[in-house]
Design a protein around this ligand. Structure first.
Ligand code: UDX
Ligand code: UDX
Length: 469
């Protein structure tokens, strides 16, 4: 069956949908790509003439947007019309962990996926390929299929009936390097049952990706591979973080251990950086999902194994607060502490599951007054994450629990401790001589990412704690 894809749309203009569709538009000038979202403000932001206002910060994304937007890349809220004229529809809506009901705390909430499938069922016309981009529990494709078919069954005449083909095409991009990951992926995974639909999607990717990197599997393998890849990556981080604790007790150095084990080809050197714990929208959610699936299918031992990865991640975050309190003479009440970095990793403005959130809340609970600086995270986002308004805070200056700083220098004024939580480049070469003119002595530097220039810091008599040594 021959079927040329001329128009595609994507429901969900988030961290995955936005950059992924931008790269497809960039690489396939003959295809019209529209990114849809129910959140009209988000769409306005994607259409903002000032590219620094785009809702997602990713290096290289603004250049693509300025090349393609309003040429073959569009951002719109007109879901009905776009679905009806698209040959291929990507689903890239969020799938957070359920907060109530069966599977609360572990299973993914699929209400947005279901709602999107219903919209597709209602408005799609003719042959339509539906592509799962969101990370989903295994066998979600079946749910989507049932919804699409049920709507079809309601249609009376044969001519009005649609033909739907469902594919799983999980996205492996990491935030901060999304554009490079999309341009040069290690592999593209397409899970499906229908040869013609798989070929149609593969053809899009073949515009810039070698065919040998495009892997075809069945639907369930594809869905499970995404969960497994994220679980393995997170497991490496928990493994190295667990050893960082042991290094601190024994006098070994975690950077040296990482290097030594990473040179073993069987282990490999990537994803071995100890830090304040993994964050991001995927790792925790996907492991919880895996745990839920294992329990559901009667594999509690497997569920327990993966639960350990999450427990170590929580331990890593909470022990950091304990160390800070202990080093600052057992109390941080009324003490000023600088927080350098709030995003869950560098080169993104995303704070979902950022270790900074729990660490800042714990420090505030201990009575500290925080001065928070991040090059890309807005004050408003921090307010939401800490569930506390900076403005309210500032009204009564005695009760101030956190303050939004616009520079490293401002954040570190008068502080007893400086905590580096994100590995932003600008924290690697801090002018400690300048900073130390304004801090309270003794000043402690807590480097949870092992990125600071400690020789320079030592010259200024900073007391130093670095993770894993
Ligand atoms: C994606 C995936 O969808 C998720 O499953 C994966 O694990 C992480 O990446 P992401 O793009 O990071 O999520 O999420 P987010 O930035 O929250 O974007 C989702 C967008 O979908 C939001 O803008 C939201 O408004 C939109 N949405 C949600 C719809 O347009 N329709 C809906 O019905 C629900
Ligand atoms: C991850 C996966 O890498 C990606 O394939 C998937 O599509 C989505 O989830 P992301 O969460 O964007 O991507 O970033 P990633 O680079 O994987 O980092 C996740 C967390 O692990 C961050 O908090 C990061 O700081 C931490 N991390 C990563 C470490 O602590 N040490 C490392 O060595 C690597």
């Amino acid at each position: 069956m021959k079927f040329e894809i001329k128009r595609i749309c994507c429901i969900g203009a988030g961290y995955v949908g936005g950059p992924t569709m931008a790269v497809i538009a960039d690489k396939c000038p003959n295809i019209i790509v529209t990114v849809l979202d129910i959140n009209s403000q988000r769409i306005l932001d994607w259409n903002d003439k000032n590219l620094s206002n785009l809702p997602v910060y990713e290096p290289g994304l603004d250049a693509i947007i300025s090349r393609c937007r309003d040429i073959n890349l569009f951002f719109s809220t007109n879901i009905k019309e776009e679905i009806s004229r698209s040959d291929m529809i990507f689903l890239s809506v969020n799938t957070p962990t359920k907060t109530k009901g069966i599977g609360a705390g572990q299973a993914s909430d699929l209400k947005w996926i279901e709602a999107s499938a219903r919209e597709v069922a209602k408005y799609a016309k003719g042959k339509t390929i539906v592509v799962e981009k969101s990370t989903l529990p295994v066998r979600t494709a079946q749910t989507i299929k049932l919804i699409l078919e049920a709507e079809n069954d309601k249609k009376s005449s044969q001519e009005n009936k649609n033909e739907f083909f469902i594919l799983s095409n999980p996205e492996f991009l990491a935030e901060g390097t999304a554009i490079n990951d999309l341009n040069n992926p290690d592999r593209v995974l397409i899970g499906g049952e229908n040869e013609f639909a798989i070929n149609a999607l593969s053809k899009i990717y073949e515009n810039w990706i070698d065919r040998s990197k495009i892997l075809r599997t069945n639907l369930w393998s594809s869905e499970l591979s995404k969960l497994t890849a994220n679980a393995f990556l997170a497991q490496r981080i928990s493994s190295i973080n667990s050893i960082s604790g042991l290094c601190e007790k024994t006098g070994a150095d975690i950077s040296e251990v990482s290097q030594a084990i990473g040179m073993d080809k069987r282990i490999g050197s990537f994803f071995l950086k100890a830090g304040p714990g993994f964050g991001g929208s995927c790792f925790k959610k996907d492991i919880l999902n895996l745990i839920y699936l294992c329990n559901y299918y009667g594999l509690p031992e497997v569920a327990d194994y993966w639960e350990g990865v999450i427990k170590i991640n929580q331990w890593q975050q909470s022990r950091l607060t304990e160390i800070i309190v202990s080093k600052l003479f057992g109390t941080i009440a009324e003490k000023y502490i600088a927080i350098l970095g709030f995003s869950f990793k560098s080169n993104t403005n995303d704070t979902r599951e950022s270790p900074a959130i729990n660490i800042c809340k714990d420090l505030i609970n201990e009575g500290a007054k925080l001065r928070i600086y991040d090059p890309k995270v807005s004050k408003e986002k921090i307010e939401i994450d800490l569930k506390q308004n900076e403005a309210d805070n500032l009204k009564s200056s005695e009760n101030i629990s956190w303050y939004y700083s616009s520079s490293i220098l401002d954040a570190t004024k008068g502080v007893d401790g400086i905590v580096v939580l994100t590995e932003w480049d600008e924290f690697k070469n801090i002018n400690w001589h300048e900073i130390c003119k304004y801090t309270r002595k003794p000043t402690y530097l807590f480097d949870s990412r092992n990125i600071c220039d400690l020789d320079r810091a030592k010259k200024e008599n900073l007391k130093i704690w670095k993770l894993g040594s």
